[in-house]
Every structure is written in C-alpha cells, then in structure tokens.
Design a protein around this ligand. Sequence first.
Ligand code: PGA
Length: 249
Amino acid sequence: MARKPIIAGNWKMNNTASEGAELVKALKPLVKDAKCEVVVCVPAIDIPAVKKAIHGSKIRLGAQNVHFAEKGAYTGEISAKMLKEYGVQYVIIGHSERRAYFGETDETVNKRTLAALNAGLTPIVCIGESLEEREGGLTEKVLDRQISIDFQGIEDFSKIVIAYEPIWAIGTGRTATDEQANETIGYIRKRMKKVYAHKNVGRLRIQYGGSMNAKNAKGLMAQPEIDGGLIGGASLKAEDFAKVVNFDK
Ligand code: PGA
C-alpha cells in the first residue's frame, strides 16, 4: 500500500486563538482539493477555536506536545486524554526546540510517544542531528541512538509519523538539499526496518522538516523516501502553507 503524504504545519508559539481561527478559515478553501493529509499543530490554548474553524474541511488538528502520565501532579502539562477529548488527532513529540530548551530526552520522547499511541493519537516524532554532529560525521550515530530509544515498545509503525528535521535547517532558511534529505530519510527507513522488523515499518511515513516552503516543497516531495513535511515558518501564512500542501499541482 502506498504511503499517503502528510503535510503538517507547526505553528510553534505563534497565533492567538482568534488569529489561528482566521488563518485556518483562509486556508480551508485553498486546500480543499488536497490529496495529502493536511494537519495544523497549534498551541494548546488555540485548540478549541481552531477545531471550530476547521469544521467541515480536510484540515486535521494537531498539538505540539503531550505529557506521558494519564493525569496527576504535573503543573503546566497536558495529557493525551485531554487532547483527544477536543478532537486532536496528531501530536508533535520531541521537537528539537523541546529537546534543546525544555530538557526533553530520548527517554521522555519515548514515554510521550507511547502515551499518545495509547490514547489513539498519531505521534509525529521529531529526530535529527545538529550542525556540529553532521559536520563531525556523526549523523548516523545520532539517528541510531534516537531510533533505538525513542521508538521502543511500539508495535505498529503505521500508527506513527517520523519527522526528520536536521536542526541546522530549522528556521535558518538553510534547507537540506533534496538529495541530502532523501538520503538521510532513506537511511532512517533502512535502520528502522532493521531495528523494528515485523512491526509494519513498511507503512511508516517519514516527513522532512527544516525551512521547507512554497518554493522547495515540490522538489523535496518528488524524492521517493520523503512522505511529507513538517512546516514551521511557512505554515503561518495561509497562501504559503497552501502552496506546500498543493505541491503536486
Ligand atoms: P521551519 O521549522 O520550517 O521554520 O524551519 C520546521 C520545524 O521546526 O518543525
């Protein structure tokens, strides 16, 4: 079965609830004929307003993080069940900003991923190397570590999405070349098949993320290993994001 492309916007800490609702209202008609899955991952407090605004469209709702416990004394955190009740279907986990600024580790990424799956959410798990690691020839080693820890205990990889995001390409305007992204994602797929054999890795979707935009989306999406994109900056304007979503038009 072919892997269905998935384009997800990561708004990060942008857009109030009313701004977010306006954005998706503008986006709706522009993506109505999209063949790929279209997701917006919004700040948690925007979820109710965006859910209302996307009603009747193809756009699906995603969050940007989830806690691993079902409930309890975790001030400031949000559980998978809370997201689920609001119709959230996807959740970004282990974004490099969370790893760099909020102490997220491979172990917590793994726990959050399992909690999301348990609640019936689709995790979009971010992995990728820093510039220093790439230049030091450590890309595969870093990916191997993330792969071996972040995905432990997962039984069916058709239920998750991986976003390969080289940290040096995020928000820098420095995209990986089509070939670089394809090659590294090909490596991730090969490694996943080896480490998680017989767990439906054939249906695992792997996105590219890092300065993907209206201009470079077509080239990246034409690569055989790349199943979609996780879009930061270019998801903040309806027209720009729609161009990425409509990469095949
Ligand atoms: P960017 O962000 O598209 O702004 O580089 C991507 C991401 O961090 O998910």
